[in-house]
Design a protein around this ligand. Structure first.
Ligand SMILES: *Cc1c(COP(=O)(O)O)cnc(C)c1O
Length: 214
């Protein structure tokens, strides 16, 4: 491999997060070489949102110690593949997806850790559960034998101050954490992860700050 990947080391050194925060390196549109190099530097959690390119990478890197997180919109005809290849699904957002993912995992004899994606800005074009439907969806996930409910994920609206949305998400986690034994709040991307952590995030999904722009 002749590419110089040292910029990745430089980029990592600029991402300062507390120990209790899990870093998800968002590697969509990025190469196997880049992922492999970051993994050699100790990064073990990678996030992908496009299934077909992700599967190629997952298969090529199957000898590595990597947890693969699916973070993109879920198409129901792709659920079996997601269940098979991924270790964690962060973008669970509807009853249909929950039922199909649960039965796909059952067939694979696998228990999948999942986050429920919340459409915190109630944006029409975004997937995710709106706050008023949360209880119903939480119970569906919690009653799915092959899904392990771990917490919530969100992508706040772009171009506006995310703080009010992050605060709402933290309140949501606090509402459910004790009765459902959940603790993960996946929020914060390259532009806003510091603020997200201040607001209670313990899992950040960082793409461009790590890999450079896509
Ligand atoms: C692409 C993506 C990210 C990373 O975004 P950056 O701004 O590049 O850090 C995080 N979460 C999701 C769901 C994404 O699709």
């Amino acid at each position: 491999m002749s590419n110089d990947l040292s910029y990745l080391k430089n980029n990592i050194s600029k991402i300062i997060i507390p120990d209790y925060v899990t870093l998800i390196a968002v590697s969509k549109r990025k190469t196997i070489e880049e992922i492999s190099y970051l993994n050699s530097l100790g990064i073990e959690n990678f996030g992908e949102s496009y299934l077909s390119e992700a599967i190629d990478k997952i298969i090529s890197l199957s000898d590595k110690n990597i947890n693969w997180h699916f973070i993109g919109p879920i198409q129901s005809n792709k659920i079996k593949l997601i269940a098979k290849h991924f270790d964690f699904v962060q973008s669970v957002s509807s009853e249909k997806i929950i039922r199909k993912l649960n039965s796909a995992c059952e067939e694979l004899d696998k228990v999948m850790p999942v986050l429920i994606q919340i459409n915190i800005g109630e944006e029409k074009q975004k997937s995710g559960v709106i706050i008023s439907d949360t209880q119903y969806v939480v119970d569906l996930v919690n009653n799915s034998s092959n899904l392990d409910f771990k917490g919530f994920m969100c992508i706040p609206p772009f171009g506006v101050d995310p703080k009010p949305y992050f605060d709402k998400m933290k309140k949501l986690l606090d509402t459910y954490n004790s009765s459902y034994n959940i603790s993960i709040l996946s929020m914060g991307m390259s532009l806003d992860y510091t603020l997200a952590i201040e607001c209670g995030s313990n899992m950040v999904r960082i793409g461009s700050n790590l890999f450079g722009s896509r």
